[in-house]
Design a protein around this ligand. Structure first.
Ligand SMILES: Nc1ncnc2c1ncn2[C@@H]1O[C@H](COP(=O)(O)OP(=O)(O)OP(=O)(O)O)[C@@H](O)[C@H]1O
Ligand SMILES: [Mg+2]
Length: 393
């Protein structure tokens, strides 16, 4: 076989009679150096021609392989495979596709290949044109893919572990938060009860006694009128009167008696009036619609909300007019404080370092309600809501 004409020439007969034909065929250097192995077998499995690419991959010169049985470059298992699969398939089907075949180099190393082949002609004159593609790199790629897949699986496992840890921590935090809320509510309830006690003893105890003292002094003054003692008694009566006023306002602060006796609407009207007197601003309680009778705690929570919102309007808004309104909308009772000041963004509740609005919001939430900062074209509009079902007695 002519080594220079190894690939493209295809002997018309067997190798021994093919020299003339081989010489006649023009060498095709493009196929000789094609990026795959090319060879032609006769029906007995003898190599009639081989291109340079394949010969070089096996570390032979083409002429060393031409005329040899293909077995020459096959390990034992490959030889069996050639005889039992490759040649029978080529004979019967006329082609083989992507068969795995390990070739053997001069040094005895295995060269894994994929083999495609087609039959030309039939019977003893059949020729099998074959192409091989080495798959060493593919093996490497497969290894890399396997490695990447293992890494991805490991990362996935890790992510899942982290996620489940995060979920666990979140559940713990939620449990902790709900226990803290329950505790805070209990503290609020105790404080309410304590304040109610203090308010009662201020109002019904100390205030009554101061009033009695005042009357007693007045009576004594009548008896000693015109004397120095009468003047001293007058200043004592003044002192008793001022103390009485202080005790009453203290008792009002602790728990406005109007809340229990006249209801939330009246207590808010009194609050608005007090704030107007104190600040000199126009603070108006809008006439309340009919309100259900509220239980002491919901009434106090709504009242404290109004106190906080009014205090904020005075401290932060620069408003000149403030309105307080309460009523029922749907199945909720609400208190709304609106001012005409510089305004308040709804997201302020999340950003603020102050505790006033947050505390009011928490107290409302604890009773199933909420605090809304309503976007308003002018000034701030803050509303506290409670469900009528749980707020009414
Ligand atoms: N009516 C309002 N107009 C303009 N800004 C307001 C108004 N109400 C509240 N703010 C703003 O929202 C912030 C949060 O109010 P919040 O009542 O929670 O805290 P605070 O009043 O600053 O402090 P604290 O109430 O704890 O004494 C205020 O600092 C203020 O910047
Ligand atoms: Mg405040």
């Amino acid at each position: 076989m002519n080594p220079g004409a190894a690939a493209s020439p295809e002997p018309a007969g067997d190798a021994s009679s093919g020299a003339a034909a081989t010489a006649a065929a023009a060498p095709d250097l493009a196929l000789d150096d094609a990026p795959c192995g090319l060879f032609v077998l006769d029906d007995r499995g003898r190599v009639l021609a081989v291109n340079r690419t394949l010969a070089a991959a096996l570390d032979y010169a083409p002429h060393e392989l031409a005329g040899q049985a293909l077995d020459f470059v096959l390990p034992l298992a490959g030889r069996v495979f050639l005889q039992t699969h490759v040649l029978p398939l080529l004979r019967v089907e006329g082609r083989v596709d992507e068969l795995f075949l390990a070739l053997r180099t001069r040094a005895g190393a295995e060269l894994p290949c994929l083999l495609n082949g087609v039959r030309v002609g039939a019977g003893a004159a059949a020729r099998y044109r074959c192409a091989t593609f080495t798959i060493r790199r593919r093996g490497e790629y497969e290894q890399q893919l396997l490695w990447a897949r293992r890494q991805a699986e490991q990362s996935l496992r890790l992510t899942e572990e982290l996620l489940s840890l995060a979920r666990q921590r979140q559940a713990e935090l939620e449990g902790f938060a709900s226990r803290t809320r329950a505790l805070a509510q209990r503290v609020e309830e105790l404080r309410d009860a304590e304040q109610a006690n203090v308010a009662r003893s201020l109002h019904e105890g100390i205030a009554q006694e101061l009033a009695a003292l005042r009357w007693g002094i007045d009576a004594l003054r009548g008896a000693v009128s015109g004397t120095d003692d009468a003047r001293q008694l007058a200043s004592l009566a003044d002192l008793a009167q001022r103390s009485l006023a202080q005790v009453r306002s203290l008792s009002y602060e602790v728990r406005p008696p109007a809340l229990d006796h006249a209801g939330l609407g009246a207590a808010l009207a009194k609050l608005a009036q007090d704030v107007a007197e104190r600040s000199g601003l126009a603070v108006e309680a809008l006439p309340a619609g009919p309100l259900p009778k509220l239980a002491p705690r919901p009434a106090l929570v709504l009242y404290r909300f109004a106190q906080e919102a009014l205090g904020n309007a005075l401290d932060h808004s620069g408003a000149t007019a403030i309105t307080v309104e309460c009523g029922v909308r749907g199945d909720e009772v609400y208190v709304r404080v609106h001012d005409d000041g510089r305004g308040l963004a709804p997201e302020m509740l999340e950003r603020t370092s102050g505790l006033g609005l947050l505390g009011a919001s928490e107290r409302l939430r604890a009773l199933g309600g909420r605090l809304d900062i309503v976007p308003s074209p002018r000034g701030a509009d803050v509303v506290g809501w409670l469900p009528v079902a749980s707020a009414a007695t």
